[in-house]
Every structure is written in C-alpha cells, then in structure tokens.
Write a protein that binds this ligand. Structure first.
Ligand code: HEM
Length: 199
C-alpha cells in the first residue's frame, strides 16, 4: 500500500509539471508494462486499492484487531479507499480530460484559477477527498510516518551486541510501587469494598 501510494504520487507529477520529468515517464512505462486496457491499467493502482481493501478486511475479520479499532483507524482507510476508487474511476471509467485537469491545476498554482467545462465532476470529488486527507493528516495517526526518522535502526550505530548503550539522561526515577500504595490505603480500600492483595 505504502510503496504503491508513493509511486502513484510521483506519477501524479505529470499533472503538475511541464515538461514532465523523465523519471515520471519512466515510472509510468514500468508501472503499466503489462499493457492491459486503454488507457493502460497501472499495477500500483490495483495494488493500492486491493491492499487497502485487505487492510479493512483484516481490521473487521480479526477479532482482536476489531476490538482495539477506533474511528481514527477506520477513517483513513475509507478516505484512502475513496481516493483510490475515485482515481481508478477517473482514469478507466469516466476517462477524464487530463489536458483540462492540468490547465486547472496549473491555474491554481499560478493563482489564476480556471474551471474548464470538460472536466468530469468526479474529479472534484477525488480532489476534495485528497484535500480532506491533507487537512486531517497532522491530527491523525498518520503522523506516525515522521517516526521513521526517529527509528533506532536508522539512528543508532549497529554495534549494540558489543557496546552497551546506556541512556545518558537516565536519572533514577522515584517510584511508588503497588505494594506501597496498598500499604498506604489498605483500610480505605477495604471500607470501600475494593479487593486487596494482603490483609
Ligand atoms: C493522496 C493523494 C492522491 C492519491 C493517493 C491519488 C490516487 C489516485 C489513483 C490511485 C488514481 C488512478 C490512476 C493512477 O494510479 O494514476 C488517480 C487518478 C487520478 N488522480 Fe489522483 N490521487 C491523489 C491526488 C491527486 C491530486 C492532488 C490530483 C489533482 C489535482 C489528482 C488527480 C487525478 C486525476 C486527474 C486522475 C486520473 C488520471 C488519469 O486519467 O490518468 N489526484 N489518483
């Protein structure tokens, strides 16, 4: 899902650039090498939608995963599925006029908006869902993507079998154990009917 999305985003650069960079054209050629359909179906389009459908299935079908799933877990899945399906629809069913889309997008970038009449209304649906995703991103669990830069496997010397890395700011923490807590509050807990470990 993640790799497909990255490649899809890079391929989308053809909508924002003129001339289209060579690597975008190369990616398109590699991605559509099976030459199925007209316009050709990209492998990443299919992998993206199928992978998202699987992630949703996994969340619903596995009891433990469903139990810990919240709205914040379902929402990004539905949002990305909506973006993927509307994108597929735009390319293969509605056959959107790409030249007009490019005219509109470049108009937005130059602060001189134009609204060509030949664009499928579905395109605005696709764009709206992408805007919702961008607005939602900083407040969602999707920010976990920044964690890749903090990952120990990328930041630490790979010698932790020979060298013991002790946290330099690891000061002795004052703790209050459960036993101490119970000693302190045993009588009150008993009178409130809360079970205690030692009488
Ligand atoms: C999170 C960002 C986005 C995702 C995941 C996404 C996903 C997709 C997918 C899966 C497709 C199907 C065809 C393909 O794989 O190329 C598609 C098509 C399309 N998308 Fe997006 N999209 C995004 C952002 C945008 C934006 C910002 C625009 C325009 C401003 C846009 C415009 C289009 C258009 C015009 C098509 C039809 C392409 C064609 O007919 O070849 N998309 N999108």
């Amino acid at each position: 899902m993640h790799w497909s999305m990255l490649i899809i985003l890079l391929r989308h650069l053809r909508l924002f650039t003129n001339p289209v960079p060579f690597f975008v054209t190369a990616l398109e050629r590699a991605d559509g090498f099976m030459e199925v359909g007209l316009p050709v179906v990209f492998i990443t389009t299919v992998v993206f939608v199928v992978a998202l459908a699987y992630l949703l299935y996994r969340r619903l079908a596995i009891g433990q995963v469903r139990y810990i799933s919240l709205v914040g877990d379902y929402f990004p899945l539905f949002l990305l599925l909506g973006i993927g399906i509307s994108g597929f629809w735009l390319r293969h069913l509605a056959k959107t006029d790409i030249a007009s889309v490019k005219e509109m997008v470049l108009g937005l970038a130059r602060f001189a908006p134009v609204v060509p009449e030949t664009i499928s209304p579905l395109f605005y649906g696709h764009l709206f869902l992408v805007c919702v995703l961008l607005a939602y991103l900083p407040f969602s669990k999707l920010t976990h993507m920044a964690g890749v830069f903090l990952s120990p496997t990328r930041n630490m010397a790979n010698n932790n079998r020979t060298v013991r890395h002790v946290n330099p700011w690891d000061y002795p923490v004052k703790v209050h154990t459960y036993e101490e807590y119970e000693d302190e509050l045993r009588e009150k807990m008993k009178s409130a009917g809360i079970p205690v470990e030692r009488q």
